[in-house]
Design a protein around this ligand. Structure first.
Ligand code: BG6
Ligand code: MG
Length: 210
């Protein structure tokens, strides 16, 4: 194995919680029931696909224009929450584990469905740490399609089977499997039977490669 491709939200940082809060704000505005189970299904999937998950519980249908307004509302709310993000929001555990993996010679990349990836990596002060960053602005198909990880592997000049993918999303593990990567599930995805490895905390990655 030569590289690690990391998902961002819910793996490198806790922005998964900010996504949840922003969707909750929209659900409350619209009077649509929304809970953690729905929030977990939104992990890894595109903004519009998340909206469709939320609208499963709506009691009337929405026009495409209304859907666009809702997605924009959620994103504005989310971006406002990101404003408070600083380098302190990168945990010491993630920082030291990434540094250790780099020291061991592993190449590292980001493969995220989020269009806000560049903002987050810059706010955390780690944009330059990665050999490749592929995000929601660069793909046509969101996870569980493997496109985001295949693009990252291509930028790393490595075949998928030489790259680990680290994911908190069931959709992300499915994407990794579909692309021929070795998958590592953390958080919500640590309970997913299809993950090749399941870890409880980020530094457990070091046990996989030792
Ligand atoms: C993923 C999140 O990383 O990015 C999803 O897990 C989110 O919940 C997706 O919908 C798209 O994010 P954004 O920032 O482009 O709306
Ligand atoms: Mg995630």
């Amino acid at each position: 194995m030569k590289a690690f491709i990391f998902d961002l939200d819910g793996v490198i940082c806790s922005t998964d919680e900010l996504h949840y809060l922003a969707w909750k704000a929209l659900a409350d505005r619209e009077g649509i029931p929304f809970d953690r189970v729905m929030g977990n299904r939104m992990r890894g999937v595109s903004r519009m696909a998340c909206l469709e998950i939320m609208l499963e519980k709506a009691n009337h249908s929405y026009t495409e224009e209304e859907k666009k307004e809702m997605a924009d509302f959620k994103n504005s709310h989310y971006v406002a929450l990101l404003d408070k993000l600083t380098e302190k929001d990168l945990s010491e555990e993630v920082r030291s584990t990434l540094q250790a993996l780099r020291k061991m010679g592993y190449r590292i990349a980001i493969g995220s469905s989020s269009k806000n990836t560049p903002i987050i990596l810059r706010k955390l002060g780690i944009y330059d740490w990665f050999d490749a960053v592929v995000d929601g602005n660069m793909i046509t198909h969101s996870k569980p399609h493997p496109e985001v990880f295949l693009k990252a592997a291509k930028l790393l000049c490595l075949p998928p089977e030489e790259c680990f993918v680290v994911e908190d999303a069931v959709a992300g593990i499915d994407a990794a499997k579909a692309g021929g990567f070795v998958s590592i599930g953390i958080s919500d995805a640590s309970r997913y039977e299809k993950a090749d490895y399941k870890i409880h905390t980020f530094s457990d990655l070091l046990n996989i490669v030792k």
